[in-house]
Ligand binder design. Structure first.
Ligand code: VGL
Ligand code: ZN
Length: 203
């Protein structure tokens, strides 16, 4: 049984959005096309309250994309993005959603960021995704969405930690920082993860 996990396919990460990933919208037709190859499809949604601690605007004198120490861990100061109940937090309008069985929201704690769809960045609180997948007997997980070296990468790494098989579908993701994605791919492969192209998915 194969499970597709679509990470944060939201307007703010698309061209024109507040934290746009270059060519991020190009993944939507690819994701729509591969959905038929999966038994279970779920999606994560970055879902921040106003004034979230990951926003540069929440810290006096901090500029976008600089890093700060936030409760002991490095935190990038992001532009405001994916604020709850805004258009930027909505899924891309062309994403097919009829086969998506569940939405897991993350980044809802005002004080802690959450790149992984499994746990927040402090590993304090689970979203429940791991238990959900285990109850569904999902073992073989495939990841796509945005951004490749951030939320897709951290989710795939946590999946491996949780005992799942993790495969990233490279042409169904796009990167903010190409160099960091190259490093992330090496790290994921060392952990036992796979990187494939969508045309290699068997149904
Ligand atoms: C993401 C930065 C901040 C992502 C979310 O979905 O990759 N990146 N919040
Ligand atoms: Zn975010």
């Amino acid at each position: 049984m194969k499970t597709l996990i679509i990470i944060d396919p939201q307007n703010d990460f698309m061209p024109g959005g507040s934290l746009a990933v270059p060519n991020g919208d190009e993944i939507i037709p690819v994701i729509n096309k591969i959905q038929g190859n999966f038994d279970l499809i779920i999606v994560s949604q970055d879902w921040h309250p106003n004034g979230h601690a990951s926003f540069a605007s929440s810290h006096k004198g901090k500029k976008e994309f600089e890093t700060i120490d936030l409760n002991g861990i490095e935190q990038v100061m992001w532009p405001e993005h994916c604020v709850q109940n805004t258009v930027g937090a909505e899924f891309h309008r062309d994403l097919k959603t009829s086969k998506i069985e569940a939405i897991f929201r993350k980044g809802t704690n005002p004080e802690i960021d959450s790149y992984s769809a499994f746990y927040d960045n402090q590993h304090l609180k689970s979203t429940g995704l791991s238990g959900y997948l285990k109850e569904k007997n999902a073992e073989d997980l495939y990841f796509c969405g945005l951004a490749a070296e951030i939320c897709v990468h951290f989710t795939a790494k946590d999946a491996i930690k949780e005992g799942f098989k993790a495969t990233i579908i490279e042409d169904a993701t796009r990167t903010l920082n190409v160099e960091n994605f190259e490093k992330a791919k090496v790290e994921l492969k060392e952990l036992g993860g796979r990187i494939i192209s969508s045309n290699a998915i068997e149904s």
